[in-house]
Design a protein around this ligand. Sequence first.
Ligand code: MF3
Ligand code: CO
Ligand code: CO
Length: 258
Amino acid sequence: MGDRITIKSAADIEAMRHVCILAAETLKRAGEMVKAGITTEDINTFVHQYTIDAGAIPAPLNYKGFPKSVCTSVNDVVCHGIPSRKIVLRDGDIVNIDVTTIVAGFHGDTSKTFAVGKITERAQRLIDDTEECLRRGIAVVKPGARVRDIGEAIEKYAAPLGYGIVRDYTGHGIGRIFHEAPQIPHYRFTSGPNPRLVQGMIFTIEPMINLGSHETELDAEDGWTVYTADGSLSAQCEHTVLVTETGVDVLTSWDLLT
Ligand code: MF3
Ligand code: CO
Ligand code: CO
């Protein structure tokens, strides 16, 4: 993780707008293929090929040894699920697809949780509430606000609903470096860095919300897959956002797609 907060130049921002739209488009199309019977490897194959065909690079592939081109996190997997031919999507599952794309050296990072066939009302509410957490986190972003305001807004919404807000993984600055400063916690924190938001900063907000406890457990075998410690369902969604003169631009918004 780069430990300096970078302020993006006008040219950097143009490059980030471009890669973020490609990432959003890739995620949207990957989401359209989700149905019972496909494997998470199928999603990987699509994301890999679509990215390469666009002249871009899938950032996860070989990132710190990650073996695939996208993360696919099913049900109680919080994040960093590894696509596999052995993981078949079943009716009632939920799956987060997390796409990170590189174009001209810049990274765009975005994810969303999709329903497989007919899911329970409870699972749908988890997905909807997780999206609301992301919206509320984004809504407080503007010059002069602080990183703490984001987690504060998310916790204010999610905690009264009884959810566990994951603390072990955070949003992050992004640009030429996949994960750079600042860290963006999705919960209310009282110690640690709390930088002021400044025009030209670009970072992700990517709340991971659990039906049960916030605690997570790393798969000891593959070293990547993160599970909820109690086996409860987990949802996530992510946007890459830019701090503008007056507020925020969501660079990975689907509204930007034609
Ligand atoms: N895309 C993830 C994020 O939002 C990071 C994935 S790292 C990987 O930060 F190596 F697992 F791909
Ligand atoms: Co991210
Ligand atoms: Co991501």
